[in-house]
Design a binder for this molecule. Structure first.
Ligand SMILES: Cc1cc2nc3c(=O)[nH]c(=O)nc-3n(C[C@H](O)[C@H](O)[C@H](O)COP(=O)(O)OP(=O)(O)OC[C@H]3O[C@@H](n4cnc5c(N)ncnc54)[C@H](O)[C@@H]3O)c2cc1C
Length: 249
């Protein structure tokens, strides 16, 4: 749980990035001082439940978070700061519209200007290793917002090869990405989530030397690829930053 109380923000606008990705732009006075810059900034989002206009959010105290009495607890999910613009007072979060009928994805589809949501302080520890011989960035569409911020950061290390392996449902879900990465898009089609990504990475030729890897997406695929990078590719344990984002059921 957060050590600082979540900020209550409102939807300013929504944009369709691709048919299955909605960008929700949030704003509000409580965005002042938000430490949202940097790669892979993870936030907890607090969504209102039925009958609520605003989500209940905990107040910070030295004894831990204190929830308002008598109010239903919010739905809490983890998302990524895709863009934070303090001058404009805007925070963008990109939501995958998946077919799993989750409350967070449903909230994004119904988001209209004025809707309230809570946002925690961002976390995340990934940083590029200046000595890495190459960078590998791996993810599915839920990871694309973070991948974009990671690739933005890797623009500051020119000359280091960056290879990205990205799984999306189909060609319509591919996005323009920053930086000079060599991007391999794989399309899921009718295959199980993660299967084409695992196959693509396992078959790929990687540069020689001590590389660094960032990977996220469906949890079983992330587990498989983390083992592959450590055991078959010989990457150092500290050089592989892996997070399961969601679990296929
Ligand atoms: C650090 C971190 C950062 C993340 N950043 C983002 C982000 O920026 N954008 C984003 O869209 N997601 C992101 N996620 C993933 C997101 O938290 C999950 O997808 C979450 O489960 C969505 O909540 P929900 O309420 O929509 O669905 P849930 O109620 O959690 O799940 C309902 C059903 O939907 C299925 N499901 C959930 N997510 C997906 C999916 N992506 N594809 C297919 N089926 C799914 C589940 O298997 C389940 O059966 C991130 C996760 C982590 C841990």
């Amino acid at each position: 749980m957060t050590s600082t109380a979540p900020r209550l923000l409102q939807v300013r606008r929504t944009t369709r990035v691709t048919p299955r990705m909605i960008r929700v732009t949030l704003t509000g006075d409580e965005l002042d001082g938000f430490p949202g810059h940097g790669p892979d900034r993870r936030i907890k989002m607090f969504f209102p439940v039925d009958g609520q206009d605003r989500p209940a959010v905990p107040r910070a105290s030295t004894a831990g978070p204190v929830w308002p009495a008598g109010e239903a607890r919010p739905v809490i999910r983890t998302y990524t700061v895709r863009r934070f613009d303090d001058a404009a007072g805007e925070l963008d979060v990109d939501f995958v519209v998946h077919s799993g009928h989750g409350p967070a994805a449903a909230w994004a589809q119904e988001a209209v200007p004025g809707r309230w949501v809570g946002v925690s302080e961002p976390g995340g520890r990934w940083a590029p290793d200046a000595d890495a011989a190459f960078q590998v960035v791996i993810g599915d569409e839920s990871a694309l917002p973070a991948v974009a911020t990671v690739l933005e950061t890797l623009e500051d290390t020119p000359g280091v090869p960056v290879l990205a392996f990205l799984e999306v449902a189909d060609a319509g879900e591919e996005q323009e990405l920053p930086g000079a990465a060599e991007v391999t898009w794989v399309h899921r089609g009718d295959e199980p989530p993660g299967a084409p990504l695992v196959a693509a990475v396992r078959a790929a030729e990687l540069p020689s030397g001590r590389g660094q890897a960032w990977l996220s997406g469906e949890s079983a695929a992330v587990r498989d690829l983390r083992s592959h990078l450590l055991e078959d590719r010989g990457l150092d344990r500290r050089a592989v930053y892996a997070t399961g984002y969601w679990r296929a059921r």
